[in-house]
Write a protein that binds this ligand. Structure first.
Ligand code: ADP
Ligand code: NA
Length: 319
């Protein structure tokens, strides 16, 4: 089984990204033949600053390798290192109904957020279809927000196969519903957009400050407290064993226990959990040649598949 995922190079990795996206993506490398690409062509629809883009692509490569991506198990590559995807995107474009793209809500959402209505942004789902179809993926794990785009990919594959020749595997979505939303320091969903994140590879002092500022209710030290409505406890849950959780919940309920103590224990958990990854990342930062080598090996593997698919698609349409 071939599994494809794409990641947006979108800034500093936070705990929400880690549990919501990175950890599940890394688990896939145990389940089949995994392909994971850094979506730099896609990022260009919104990032128009060359050095910022390069930096973000480098960061996401370092983040994934530090977090345990195994280049022997996963073909890890930059989307733009497989330029065949652009030609396939055109071949799909010629059979893509305008109405199909006009219905895509992520385009409308982007416009509502103030992005300019560009052709690139509009055609994004066609390029995404090409990403998926070019490596003949069977399974594409996506969040709810990407479900519609996956349906576009399926529609286009079916239409192309019918109209020309059987070229494409029809991909199945695997919707990640079980991943809980990680709360930020203010209790809303953790997100860069809300400036409420806990960064994994950021400055340790800044992280400590942030953890100490996590919003709690204003109960007095001696009051019994409710773990189930507490942001600190919700974050602690991501790291702790069942026994540790039961222990902390007991101390909340007993009273004479302050949120400051809970925050310190949370901070210790975060630091303990990510220490090996931080160490690995620092090593990789001093070994960028290795990172490049991983990405070019990944691209070589993806490209070999891409070239096969593209040749078949070109033949099918008469090129
Ligand atoms: P942000 O909201 O910080 O801009 P992105 O939109 O770039 O994060 O999200 C990147 C990935 O991380 C997506 O797959 C998204 O579902 C996941 N993710 C982001 N924030 C959270 C969160 N608070 N809880 C769970 N998953 C999250
Ligand atoms: Na977001």
């Amino acid at each position: 089984m071939r599994i494809l995922s794409g990641i947006q190079p979108s800034g500093k990795l936070h705990i929400g990204n880690y549990f919501g996206m990175m950890k599940p993506a890394l688990e896939l490398q145990e389940q089949g033949e995994a392909f994971l690409f850094i979506a730099d062509y896609h990022a260009l629809t919104t990032v128009h600053d060359a050095s910022a883009l390069r930096q973000q692509v480098r960061d996401v490569a370092l983040d994934f390798l530090a977090a345990g991506l195994d280049p022997e198990k996963t073909a890890f590559y930059r989307q733009s290192d497989v330029p065949e995807v652009q030609e396939l995107s055109w071949l799909l474009s010629i059979i893509t109904p305008m109405g199909l793209l006009e219905r895509c809500h992520s385009y409308k959402d982007k416009l509502a957020k103030g992005f300019a209505a560009s052709h690139g942004l509009f055609a994004y789902p066609v390029l995404m279809s090409a990403d998926i179809l070019i490596v003949q993926s069977n399974l594409v794990p996506v969040g709810r927000d990407q479900k519609q785009h996956l349906e576009v990919a399926r529609d286009l594959a079916i239409k192309f196969n019918n109209q020309f020749e059987e070229v494409f595997t029809i991909p199945e979505p695997s919707i990640r519903d079980s991943v809980a939303v990680v709360p930020g320091v203010d209790g809303q969903k953790m997100s860069k957009s809300y400036d409420n994140t806990l960064e994994i590879f950021g400055d340790p002092k800044a992280l400590k400050k942030r953890v100490m500022k996590i919003v709690t209710d204003s109960k007095e030290l001696e009051d019994p407290k409710d773990p189930d409505t507490c942001n600190v406890f919700a974050l602690y849950k991501l790291f702790a064993s069942d026994e540790e959780l039961a222990d902390l919940a007991g101390r909340y309920r007993a009273g004479n226990f302050g949120y400051g103590t809970a925050k310190k224990e949370l901070l210790a958990k975060i630091n303990e959990h990510f220490a090996p990854m931080r160490e690995k990342r620092a090593e990789l930062e001093n070994n960028l040649d290795y990172v490049e080598e991983v990405l070019s090996r990944g691209a070589e593997k993806a490209r070999a598949e891409a070239q096969k698919t593209l040749s078949a698609a070109r033949r099918a349409v008469g090129l």
